[in-house]
Design a protein around this ligand. Sequence first.
Ligand code: PMP
Length: 323
Amino acid sequence: IRYSERDGWHDAKIVARAPFQMDSASAVLHYAQEIFEGMKAYRLPDGGAALFRPYENAARFRRSAERMAMVPLPEELFVESVRALVRQEAGWIPEIDGGALYLRPFMIASEVFLGVKPSAEYLYAVIASSVGAYFKGNAPAVTLWVTQEYTRAAPGGTGAAKCGGNYASSLIAQAEATRNGCDQVLFLDAIERRWIEELGGMNIFFVFDDGSIATPPLTGTILPGITRDSLITLARDMGLELREEPYAIDQCRADAESGRLVEAFACGTAAVVTPIGTMKMRDGDFSIGSGGPGQTTTRLRQALIDLQRGTAPDPHGWLERVL
Ligand code: PMP
């Protein structure tokens, strides 16, 4: 779908994925005016298919567009475009356990203009790609590298938007994590360098020995994850105490060592819920709980997976049937 001031949103079509031509002076290539989303369509027990909370992705996409000074795509058009694509490509949703059709809506500034100003023309598209389960069976516990060198987002910046630039700037920190033998990077806040924010592509939760759960608040520097939001609701539905509160890395280490912190997990569309076993940083490593998946992590993970696959009740109406 294209946007221009003269024609508004127009030219919607579904085509086979193929290289496409762009002018070398297209705005996105120079000033990175680009946003995207990540979502999944799941197979339902009756053979149909459903999207999980697509209006949340549509709303986040609109907020990302506003932050990046792009023309927002109407939310109804966003959901309708994804729905139409899933309907056509539903045959590609794998039958295997945990398989899904991954959807990647994105929008780029396509005006041909070298001056630094918001583009007046946009191209919006959705890519569909079949994916298997991120982990087969139980998710293994991952090791995080707590980067003290790089930060992901500063106040007033683009941290809460899902724009490509955020990922471009965090690639080096992920490479640092890999070099240090870790699976994922954990970012701290940019000002005091001690408040836990999120991973490169996932939000983070903590479970304490009194059964309560905490996750960092949405301060504008972390991505408001839809999985995060869903788990907050599911935890409260289960009667668990859930706090959105700042948590410092030094406190996290002290709590892990004293046994007050018993579980930690990361969450996002790709891996759903992933237990965190160990954190590594310059001044040494520490483990959380048993180092393996904890009881609350496993329970929340299963509850969300069952709801997404349509094998558990959906009291909040999160599944949007498309087929
Ligand atoms: N944080 C970041 C930086 C991410 O890229 C993602 C993935 N979109 C998340 C958190 C999790 O968001 P969601 O649950 O909506 O996938």
